[in-house]
Design a protein around this ligand. Structure first.
Ligand code: ZN
Length: 327
């Protein structure tokens, strides 16, 4: 377990993944859908938006930056569109008021070309800071898809795991030192947590990079401490949204990995004051040393406005600086 290319001794800042898309991207995406602009025109704008988010993260001193996913619609559909064996189905409702196109497994699922490497390389070319490789985990892709091909969910998940592992290996070859494999669905079904673990083992086993998984909106209290068996260096969790409730569990069962500490609720317009975030970090440090803490928002910020996202990220950095000054 290492933290390559990071300054200082802990309390690093990062983001979970997605950032809000500027209006010109939303407009360009619908123009592209109506065939009014072509792929290269859309891509040029996606690159511009990526540059702006990298510049913003640099400007506030974020330690591990993300590309902001300007080129992705939904975190599962993006991968499903690229993978043989998966087709994109009709719109279904997910949690809250979000709709997404639910993929369907219609044949053996695999990967025939890199899916994220070009975007990672583009983002990394813009900054000296490490850029995280961002992948959606096999269990979540399965859980958010229909299955018309496999006899069991396990067979489906394990094929997905091999495809995501190959993508992770390509990211690592390109130079990624941090690779995040998102499993938001991991803590929703306790009887399948072993399958999450088995699949993640396939993905991370050959990797040298610092590996992370992000889990959200499930039942953390039931999934803990079992979730510590997920073979990654770091688990990223939402704390602001749950008023740091999970910290109580850390007294009985110490948190043994690096933590991604979500200290800003992504479901509210409210910008948490720096003081409140500072309290959250201090509380966490009673259980986990700063050398093992990364600080970030609870989840991807794509549902917030650009202004809200920037204010939340700026406050996170300010809160971290306050705590660091006390150390
Ligand atoms: Zn999340």
């Amino acid at each position: 377990m290492t933290t390559p290319e990071l300054p200082g001794k802990g309390l690093w800042t990062t983001s979970v993944g997605s950032m809000p898309k500027p209006d010109y991207i939303l407009k360009a995406r619908s123009q592209y859908a109506r065939k009014e602009i072509d792929r290269s025109e859309l891509k040029e704008l996606e690159q511009k938006a990526t540059r702006e988010w990298i510049e913003f993260q640099e400007s506030i001193g974020t330690d591990v930056v993300v590309d902001g996913e300007m080129y992705r619609g939904d975190m599962v559909a993006f991968f499903a569109e690229e993978m043989p064996g998966l087709e994109i189905g009709g719109l279904v409702r997910s949690y809250g008021n979000r709709f997404y196109r639910k993929p369907i497994a219609t044949g053996p699922v695999g990967r025939d070309k890199p899916m994220t490497v070009e975007w990672w390389e583009y983002a990394q070319s813009l900054t000296e800071k490490p850029v995280k490789g961002m992948l959606t985990g096999p269990y979540t892709i399965c859980d958010w898809s229909f299955n018309e091909h496999y006899d069991s969910r396990r067979d489906f998940v394990l094929d997905l795991a091999k495809a995501i592992r190959d993508e992770a290996l390509d990211l690592e070859r390109a130079g990624a030192k941090y690779i995040q494999i998102d499993e938001p669905a991991a803590s929703t079904r306790m009887d399948e947590l072993d399958l999450v673990i088995e699949a993640m083992q396939i993905v991370t086993e050959p990797l040298e990079a610092h590996t992370i998984t992000h889990i959200c909106y499930g039942d953390f209290h039931r999934a803990y401490p079992k979730m510590l068996e997920i073979p990654v260096d770091q688990i990223d969790l939402e704390f602001a949204n749950s008023e740091y409730g999970l910290l109580e569990e850390f007294s009985d069962h110490p948190f043994t990995k690096y933590i991604g500490l979500g200290i800003s609720d992504v479901h509210t317009h409210e910008i948490e004051p720096v003081d409140e975030m500072v309290q959250g970090i201090r509380q966490t440090m009673k259980h986990i040393p700063p050398e093992r803490i990364f600080v970030d928002p609870d989840c991807g910020l794509k549902t917030r406005t650009t202004e809200e996202a920037k204010e939340k990220l700026s406050n996170i950095k300010k809160a971290v600086d306050v705590v660091k000054a006390e150390l």
